[in-house]
Design a protein around this ligand. Structure first.
Ligand SMILES: Nc1ncnc2c1ncn2[C@@H]1O[C@H](COP(=O)(O)OP(=O)(O)O)[C@@H](O)[C@H]1O
Ligand SMILES: [Mg+2]
Length: 238
């Protein structure tokens, strides 16, 4: 399979500041690619470019063979934002049922999506009364319903307990095995090892684009957080 995303010289300037500094990268189809980097490095901005809701200043992003934001991508790209976009005054079940009807899938698919994110027992609860992590999972369940070709997840595991985090990563890989491309951001370096392919970012630039194993080999450490630090010190010697 080819690439789901191809970015060339991707540059975003906001308020006179370069937020993304001419990024070149590809995201292979049918795999889980991680976008790792500290808060404020530009992950959300990059994902928004791919989804087509952030204007690109210079360069380009091709998504599933067409320019990011093309109308034909609407039904093919799922996006779960960092701040969950679900209806707070509806129950969990009503939210997934609503999105199920929007995407034209059966109520049983909604039941399955709720189980996938571990929220079956919360089905009757209003989303507004859930914790932040639980709201993210409702958003994720809704995004899963559309069965997108490309699923973009902005820090989906923030605030989740370790068991649920692990279960979600297992679910991400199951989706990839079934042919979905996943592009998942995180600022938690211990999630890097769960990705098939890694993009590491710092201050608007990419410092690595590799598999976890290749990165470990290149930096001489098994610890991917340490690998990240070594890449930084190699880039800018003190
Ligand atoms: N609308 C905006 N105007 C100006 N600066 C912005 C805007 N949105 C984000 N930024 C800045 O861009 C940088 C990257 O932000 P973001 O993409 O949200 O990073 P991350 O998701 O990695 O935390 C930050 O310094 C942030 O303050
Ligand atoms: Mg962000």
């Amino acid at each position: 399979m080819g690439n789901a995303i191809e970015a060339r010289g991707l540059t975003v300037e906001l308020g006179g500041r370069k937020i993304l500094r001419g990024l070149d990268f590809t995201v292979p189809a049918g795999q889980v690619t991680g976008l790792l980097g500290p808060s404020g490095c530009g992950k959300t901005t990059l994902l928004r470019c791919v989804v087509g809701v952030q204007q690109i200043s210079v360069g380009s992003a091709q998504v599933l063979g067409v320019p990011a934001g093309s109308a034909s991508l609407r039904s093919k790209v799922g996006y779960v934002t960092q701040a969950p976009s679900v209806y707070l005054d509806l129950t969990v079940r009503d939210n997934v049922d609503f999105f199920a009807s929007v995407y034209g899938v059966s109520p049983s698919a909604a039941t399955r999506a709720l189980a996938d994110v571990g929220l079956s027992e919360r089905a009757g609860q209003k989303v507004g009364t859930l914790s932040g992590g639980q709201r993210t999972r409702v958003s994720l369940a809704c995004a899963l319903l559309s069965a997108p070709e490309l699923l973009i997840l902005d820090e989906p595991t923030v605030g989740l307990d370790p068991v649920l985090r692990r279960d979600l990563w297992v679910r991400f890989h199951a989706l990839a095995d079934a042919g979905t491309t996943l592009f998942v951001s995180s600022h938690v370096m211990d999630e890097a090892g769960r990705c098939s392919q890694l993009l590491m970012m710092r201050e608007g630039s990419l410092i690595a684009d590799d598999t976890p194993d290749a990165l470990r080999a290149a930096t001489g450490t098994d610890d991917l957080e340490e690998a990240f630090l070594r890449l930084i010190s190699a880039e800018a010697p003190a």
